[in-house]
Design a protein around this ligand. Structure first.
Ligand code: ADP
Ligand code: ASP
Ligand code: MG
Length: 412
């Protein structure tokens, strides 16, 4: 039997009517002759509520218990989806992560999938089950504890199942009808893309476009999964949505394909650091050990043997970062005169594989930000992206200005 993976995000299963709407889409695929693995998220808002309960109960929570609580949202939707399908005479069964078992590392709250044995689910398909409904976002560690895959992790569950079960395609049903040139919530000029290359999607996701979890794109690229993003609120056909595919499948690529943003960034500066070999290692080693995700780094030119070092990290890691560098200073590993944290910054990035062969993208980006009076605090580049850190209050303005400057708007 050909097999499809269909993933429904939080807004697509937000209440019983929406679950029914999603189940009807699943039934249609079964009627077309597919076996289906359905991956479900928690009902929208549920995971946030669970996270909040954990943080209120225990601010420095034990991550194993965080996962025990936060994974539970998906269990409810999995059971309800299986029941809804059964009510429609579709033979369906639900599976929690541990029942599959979806084996992960023991990095709680950010676990990585290691293996998905097929036997249990295959045996049920062989008995006539048509739909396996699997709770997304969760797995089981080697120690036998429940793990979660990081926020947005159901996308990754879906792609991993598509790879493990050789699915014909992995369809990600969500509240937008595809991947856009930028978040359609920021500008109504955003244009839907019919296709986007894995590399571009990977950059957009890791730079903040939460339509797909970064890890899901990585997996799809590695295992060559046909990955599609489409709306759960519309009637779809084979050509609906956005296909995330290899570069070779895209005839003409734009220099810039999209603009991404990440709202919750912070910038930290260590002032007057003694500039000597090994100093960067002495700073960023302790930060890594403390679990701080350092993103951009800049070192000023050195004057009289001292320099400033600036880095960015997620705003909710500032306290941890401060603790780590102050401890390194107390331990005598580094020497600096001051530490300044700016918690009101955002990162805005332009992404496109065409940048590999075109010059002038950075100049155009900086000109258009300057025309809007937006000051750039930190810049970083890679082969196919340019990111800038700016004051958060200019974030939407910057996204809109760049979207216009690179001609990404709708043509019709
Ligand atoms: P789900 O609950 O289905 O997983 P998410 O909220 O995680 O949905 O992701 C969908 C959202 O991603 C959209 O509502 C949209 O606001 C946002 N988004 C950000 N960037 C983009 C983009 N480039 N294209 C489409 N959607 C985007
Ligand atoms: N429910 C989880 C979250 O909100 C996982 C997901 O929806 O992908 O992060
Ligand atoms: Mg999501």
């Amino acid at each position: 039997m050909p097999l499809l993976v269909m993933k429904f995000g939080g807004t697509s299963v937000a209440d019983l009517d929406r679950i029914k709407n999603a189940a009807e889409k699943v039934k249609r695929e079964v009627e077309r002759g597919y076996d289906v693995i359905v991956i479900v998220s928690a009902m929208s808002g549920k995971t946030n509520e669970l996270v909040n309960w954990v943080e209120t109960t225990s601010p420095l929570y034990d991550a194993r218990e965080y996962d025990a609580v936060v994974s539970s949202g998906e269990n409810i939707t999995a059971g309800l989806m299986a029941l809804t399908l059964q009510e429609m005479d579709v033979p369906a069964r639900s599976w929690q992560g541990w029942q599959v078992p979806l084996k992960t590392t023991s990095a709680h709250a950010a676990a990585r999938i290691e293996e998905i044995p097929r036997d249990n689910i295959d045996a049920k398909f062989a008995e006539g089950m048509k739909v396996a409904v699997v709770a997304g976002f969760q797995g089981i560690s080697p120690e036998g504890r429940i793990t979660t895959l990081g926020r947005g992790g159901s996308d990754t569950t879906a792609v991993a199942f598509a790879a493990a079960f050789d699915a014909e395609r992995c369809d990600i049903y969500t509240d937008v009808d595809g991947v856009y040139t930028t978040d359609p919530r920021i500008t109504d000029k955003a244009r839907k893309l019919d296709k986007i290359a894995f590399e571009e999607m990977l950059e957009l996701a890791s730079l903040g476009a939460k339509v797909l979890q970064t890890r899901s794109v990585e997996l799809a690229m590695r295992f060559n999964v046909r990955l599609r993003v489409l709306s759960s609120f519309e009637d779809n056909d084979e050509t609906s949505g956005t296909l995330v595919c290899s570069e070779e499948e895209i005839m003409e690529s734009n220099v810039v394909s999209g603009v991404a943003y990440s709202r919750d960034e912070a910038k930290m500066t260590l002032i007057s650091v003694a500039d000597r070999p090994g100093v960067a290692a002495a700073i960023f080693g302790p930060l890594a050990e403390a679990g701080v995700n350092v993103d951009m780094i800049v070192q000023d030119i050195s004057e009289e043997g001292r320099t400033n070092i600036t880095f960015s990290c997620p705003v909710n890691q500032v306290a941890r970062a401060e603790q780590a560098v102050l401890k390194a200073k107390d331990d005598g590993e580094i020497n600096f005169h001051g530490l300044v944290a700016d918690k009101d910054v955002a990162k805005v990035s332009v992404v496109g594989i065409g940048m590999r062969s075109h010059t002038g993208v950075a100049a155009k980006m900086f000109e258009s930000l300057s025309a809007e009076g937006v000051n750039i605090k930190v810049i970083s580049t890679s082969e196919i992206k340019i990111s800038v850190l700016i004051d958060r209050k200019y974030m939407e303005l910057a996204v809109q200005a760049l979207h216009d400057a690179f001609g990404l708007e709708k043509t019709a």
